[in-house]
Write a protein that binds this ligand. Structure first.
Ligand code: DI6
Ligand code: FE
Length: 404
């Protein structure tokens, strides 16, 4: 067997089947960008290779952040203070022209270069903490030039950093000011003009919407989902975050890749997600930052066998998150996931939520050689430490990543 590189002297949590699926004293053989062999070192097939001694580290698949709004201008720490010091709610701030609208103003005013620069800085932080694949949503442009700028930034990130990037069009994130009081007209514009144009330019991998009392109704989202289906684009949805709207069942009806947040989802919603094969994406940072009390139905998701992903939701309003690993800790402490479930949530199930499970998310032959060697003694440490930098080495598509 000929291969290009071999990493050995490590323990692998392969995450095959969504479990640690540990291989003790493992070796990983890489040919080109893919895993050619993985197993116990003693069974390593002979072949000439450059070998890398990982010094007993634990290796996991590269982490996948399957829900981010990473491209935007400005920041909203003043709203954080308003919520803290004056007890203002997220919805009240939005109703007074703050919230998403304030980031839209800043984003529309920023150049593509400025947006790329700040997105690169945030993506580098995630990368240092073990992320090798992420999703980037638009949604702070809310018009064709603005949404195009954000999706182009998402596309450029992948060329500039050792990361796989999926670009999601979230034009149905909020109502832009020029459409005030005309939400149906805005949705029609998105369906008939904006989305087809961006899809034609090859900028869209999936379509998302914010189904919420302060954003769009299920009927409006359904119209968008029909337009996405006509363009053969997969859909996903911000569903049941702040109130029960019926978004989860709508997502299931359209065989969505994922339904995200789900704090207010009930048993019937979970059953529908299970039947559709839709991933539940849990977002503990927004829950924490908004000091929510309503917990997502984790026990029902488990019982129905719905795959649970965990993501940062990185955005300037409800989740200024620069570490996906911190989300593991929060998913365990706030939502009651086990460290094993949380790790599956940022690897295999996150890959499924992006439609990438055949090539990403676990250490298996044929998948991309994206993995992280961590300075830990047990995999549960990944959900246990708060902060710090644990990766000893990050490998993307078979090459060691050097961070700058
Ligand atoms: N995702 C979102 O899109 C909004 N909430 C969430 O969890 C927050 C976006 C924002 O406030 O900028
Ligand atoms: Fe979000």
């Amino acid at each position: 067997m000929t291969y290009t590189r071999c990493w050995y002297h490590c323990h692998a949590a392969t995450m095959k089947g969504g479990h640690y699926s540990v291989i003790e004293d493992a070796a990983i053989v890489v040919r080109g960008e893919r895993i050619a062999w993985i197993g116990p070192r003693e069974a390593l097939p002979p072949g000439a290779a450059e070998a890398v001694d990982l010094g007993g580290a634990w290796v996991t698949p590269g982490l996948i952040d399957c829900h981010t709004h990473l491209a935007f201008a400005g920041e909203r720490s003043a709203e954080f203070e308003l919520r803290l010091l004056e007890g203002a709610s997220y919805a009240e701030i939005a109703a007074h022209g703050g919230g998403i609208a304030s980031t839209v103003r800043a984003t529309r005013a920023a150049s593509e270069e400025q947006l790329l620069d700040s997105a690169l800085r945030r993506a580098r932080q995630l990368l240092r903490d073990g992320v090798t694949c992420l999703e980037v949503k638009s949604g702070y442009g809310l018009d064709l030039p603005g949404e195009r700028k954000l999706l182009r930034v998402a596309r450029q990130l992948a060329g500039r950093l050792p990361l796989t990037v999926r670009a999601t069009c979230l034009a149905a994130h909020a109502l832009p000011p020029e459409y005030a009081g005309r939400a149906d007209d805005y949705i029609a514009h998105v369906c008939d003009e904006l989305l087809p144009a961006l899809a034609e330019e090859g900028l869209v991998d999936a379509v998302d919407a914010y189904c919420e009392h302060l954003a769009f109704s299920p009927a409006q989202v359904e119209r968008l989902f029909r337009a996405a289906s006509a363009l053969r684009l997969p859909v996903k949805l911000h569903a049941e975050q702040l109130s029960a709207q019926g978004g989860a069942q709508l997502a299931a009806r359209y065989r969505a890749l994922s339904a995200d947040h789900l704090e207010y989802a009930g048993e019937a919603d979970v059953a529908a997600l299970a039947a559709a094969g839709t991933v539940a994406v849990l977002l503990p940072a927004a829950f924490y930052l908004l000091r929510e009390r309503q917990l997502p139905p984790v026990e029902a998701l488990r019982r129905h066998g719905v795959p649970m992903a965990v993501a940062s939701d990185l955005n300037p309003g409800t989740a200024p998150v620069l570490s996906l690993r911190l989300m593991l800790a929060m998913a365990c402490t706030s939502f009651g996931l086990t460290p094993e479930e949380a790790l599956a949530g940022v690897t295999l199930h996150a890959a499924r939520a992006l439609g990438l499970v055949d090539s990403h998310g676990s250490l298996e032959v044929g998948k991309y050689a994206d993995f992280v060697a961590w300075d830990i003694h047990r995999p549960a440490e990944l959900a246990y430490w708060l902060g710090g930098e644990l990766p000893r080495q990050v490998v993307f598509h078979g090459l060691e990543v050097t961070h700058g």
